[in-house]
Design a protein around this ligand. Structure first.
Ligand code: NAD
Length: 333
């Protein structure tokens, strides 16, 4: 008997594909290999006969959903937050098609990256590399005088937002023997912090006493521009601000002022106000004490393994008439 057809445009692990191939005749077009998401027209050509469709960065808007008239399960290999409207979930729900997703697929990747950003800022990675490459190292003691850096051990790290990534970040900072404090107005049970060796503090205490402030909130109307002029002024002189979450959490002009005035000891950021960021549209990139990377915290290959496993677990659950752990529209089950 011929197998039902599946389309996978997500990057998928070998093991994940092997499982899918046991149950489906799989057409695998990894978007990463062609270097861009498939267009609507390209998807329209591919979806019609598929019972399973798994995407990562490709949009599934109404036209494509309508064309996919045989589809029974959709998987999207992303965390799918509120700031994302790439899937027409209402149209899929109306047809009782479960939409599997992969929240937390990159939580460890982002947490590890946050440590890298913090260390890069504290150890002056950008300024020192630039200095070395410009042949400024004349006598071997130069570096002692030119670069004074800092250690994490014994420093206070303030985590804003104690969600999935914030909690993992806390564990990693604890391994450096930093003193970890956190503020999250939506997590009020002190035990959640204490059992992770984190002290629950109010916002003002966090800002005024932390040597490192690292952002891990989700974006909402309230959290946009959450760190503004006043909050930056409250921070310790020479403190470090780390942003691997979303740029809009910090007021851009206030941040630029805090960098220019050297109020902050350094900034490390993976996320931008306008992406792709360039030296034309982002003045922060010009500063030696701003270590910046192109939104790449979640680019580990391990993330591909994680999302493939999460989506496949969802498919297995549906095959067994069980409720998957991660389904966007459980009401269809
Ligand atoms: N750089 C990257 O590639 C990358 C990858 C994944 C996620 N992220 C970002 O990382 C951030 C954290 O992700 P997550 O999965 O941990 O999210 P999450 O939803 O698990 O946690 C977010 C936490 O922020 C808290 N929060 C909301 N408003 C707050 C406020 N005003 N002050 C303090 N805390 C507040 C919430 O209560 C929640 O506990 C998000 O902004 C996400 O978009 C970035």
């Amino acid at each position: 008997m011929s197998k039902p057809k599946a389309l996978v445009t997500a990057a998928y692990s070998e093991e994940g594909l092997a499982f899918l191939r046991e149950h489906y005749d799989v057409e695998y077009h990894n978007w990463m290999e062609q270097g861009r998401a498939f267009s609507e027209d390209e998807l329209l050509d591919m979806v019609e006969d598929k019972e399973l469709i798994i995407v990562e960065v490709c949009d599934l808007h109404k036209k494509v959903v309508d064309k996919a008239k045989n589809v029974k399960i959709v998987g999207c290999c992303r965390g799918l937050r509120g700031d994302d409207n790439t899937l027409d979930v209402p149209a899929l729900t109306e047809r009782k098609i479960p939409v599997l997703f992969a929240p937390g697929r990159n939580l460890n990747a982002v947490a590890e990256y946050t440590i890298m950003l913090t260390l890069a800022a504290m150890k002056k990675a950008k300024a020192s590399t630039k200095w070395l490459n410009a042949n400024n190292w004349k006598s071997w003691l130069d570096f002692y005088i030119t670069f004074r850096t800092a250690e994490l051990q014994g420093k206070r790290v303030g985590i804003l937002g104690f969600g999935n990534i914030g909690k993992r970040v806390a564990k990693l900072f604890n391994a450096f023997e930093a003193e970890v404090v956190s503020y999250d107005p939506f997590i009020t049970d002190e035990k959640v912090y204490e059992e992770r060796n984190v002290k629950m503090v109010d916002l003002e205490t966090l800002l005024k006493t932390s040597d490192v402030v690292t952002l891990h909130m989700n974006v909402s109307d309230e959290s946009k521009g959450f760190i503004g002029k006043e909050e930056l002024a409250m921070m310790k002189n020479g403190a470090f601000l780390i942003n691997s979450a979303r740029a809009v959490l910090v007021d851009h002009d206030a941040l630029l002022d805090a960098v220019k005035s050297k109020k902050l000891g350094g900034v490390a950021m993976d996320v931008f106000y306008s992406e792709p960021a360039t030296t034309e549209n982002e003045p922060l990139l010009a500063f030696d004490n701003v270590f910046a990377t192109p939104h790449m915290a979640g680019t580990t290959n391990d993330v591909i393994v994680n999302h493939s496993r999460m989506i496949n677990d969802g498919i297995k659950a549906l095959q067994n008439n069980e409720k998957p752990d991660f389904v966007l529209n459980p009401e269809v089950l």
